[in-house]
Design a binder for this molecule. Structure first.
Ligand code: SF4
Length: 377
């Protein structure tokens, strides 16, 4: 093993550890298999995630080293599962998790510290301690407490999660829309009855997406979720405007509620227009994932020289449409060089802190393929 003094990771693990923290603000603390068995889990099937090494249970020295990679501007520091590195695990499987939480919250008194978890491994006796930390609270992936729960989360620890809902410090509680509006209503009224609406900063409802790497038994649930999602959003906007919901693509039926998707998109559009108008180039080619293509096409319609290009996510397939999963091979295979006339503009989510896409391809490769300048915006 090629290790640095006091650090329990080899060079490759350390590089991955650093990349995850610097790009996303997540400190991956272990790659232990959680054993919960959610049907939406892609832990053993996602080839992109397999590019990164597994992380051992990190030591205290590793944690303090990780603190130095956290960018000053991030507001949240998350301990546990990462986006790309150690992505599918439960932070509460790490033997030092409670000590790690305390040290992280002390090290970053001006940031908010959280752990994303299903709650299956949280020790109920530690809830008082966790509540005593002023800048810490849990992001609870609740999914649902209705009859579909065990179908989606086989080892669902329903009793423990009921206790956590009542007594843990909560930052965000995430529900998944299973396709049943009555189940969603029952979940929301449960959360209301036990005071979660008052105690949690955010309640988020997600559509259940699938990819070509998802387990096949997810498909029927995700198809039902996708089919009923517009009704779900309509209901939330009318009855629970304080509840946040995910926006699979920018379109008027998903506008409203407490979500920030449209605010972010409008800020981005306005910044990009300013940049385009102040630049001397004549042509700009905007690369758009499915989630933003129509909206951006409309927004830039009256700006001469700007063309939008739709790039579907063939890498992940399924119902995935977000910008963070855009990648150079999908762009190169779907956008013809003869259709590109100017500066190529790609969304910032597509690029990690090393200037690479999700597959590890440097963005310079895109410039070389099209022989055009690339802007990240
Ligand atoms: S909790 Fe996360 S890692 Fe565990 S099975 Fe569910 S999705 Fe996979």
């Amino acid at each position: 093993m090629d290790s640095t003094d006091g650090i329990s990771m080899d060079r490759e693990q350390l590089e991955a550890y650093k990349l995850e923290i610097s790009t996303f603000g997540n400190i991956p603390i272990s790659s232990r298999n959680c054993g919960i068995g959610c049907i939406f889990c892609k832990v053993s099937t996602d080839p992109v995630l397999h590019r990164y090494p597994k992380i051992p249970d990190i030591s205290l020295d590793d944690l303090y080293l990780g603190f130095t990679y956290v960018k000053p501007q991030v507001k949240y520091v998350r301990l546990g599962a990462g986006v790309l590195v150690a992505p599918h695990t439960d932070p509460y499987l790490h033997p030092l998790i409670y000590d790690f939480i305390k040290r992280t919250s002390e090290y970053f008194p001006d940031k908010f510290v959280t752990t994303v978890t299903t709650g299956a491994y949280i020790d109920e006796h530690k809830l008082e301690f966790l509540s005593s930390l002023s800048n810490f609270a849990i992001d609870l992936s609740l999914v649902t407490m209705q009859q579909e729960r065990e179908q989606i989360i086989p080892r669902s620890t329903r009793d423990r999660v009921s206790h956590i809902l009542r007594f843990a410090p909560l930052n965000k509680v995430t529900l998944m829309f299973t396709g049943s509006l009555s189940s969603l209503k029952s979940d929301l009224s449960l959360l209301q009855d036990i005071g979660v609406f008052d105690r949690s900063k955010e309640i988020l409802v997600r559509r259940i997406e699938y990819t070509k790497f998802s387990q096949t038994n997810l498909n029927s649930v995700s198809l039902a979720s996708i089919a009923g999602y517009k009704d779900c959003v309509r209901y939330l906007k009318e009855e629970h405007p304080e509840v946040v919901f995910t926006v699979p693509y920018l379109s008027d039926e998903f506008r409203g509620g407490s979500n920030e998707y449209f605010i972010d998109a409008n800020t981005r559009i306005s910044n990009l227009k300013t940049r385009i108008l102040s630049d001397r180039q004549d042509y700009f080619d905007l690369i758009c994932p499915e989630s933003s293509y129509s909206y951006f096409t409309k927004a830039f319609f009256d700006l001469d020289g700007v063309t939008t290009h739709l790039v579907r996510n063939n890498l992940y397939g399924g119902s995935i449409s977000v910008a963070g999963l855009l990648n150079i091979p999908d762009i190169v295979s779907q956008v013809s060089t003869s259709d590109v006339r100017g500066v190529i503009v790609i969304p910032s989510e597509m690029v990690n802190c090393d200037g690479c896409d999700i597959l590890g391809n440097p963005i310079q490769g895109l410039e070389a393929s099209f022989n055009r300048k690339v802007w990240i915006a």
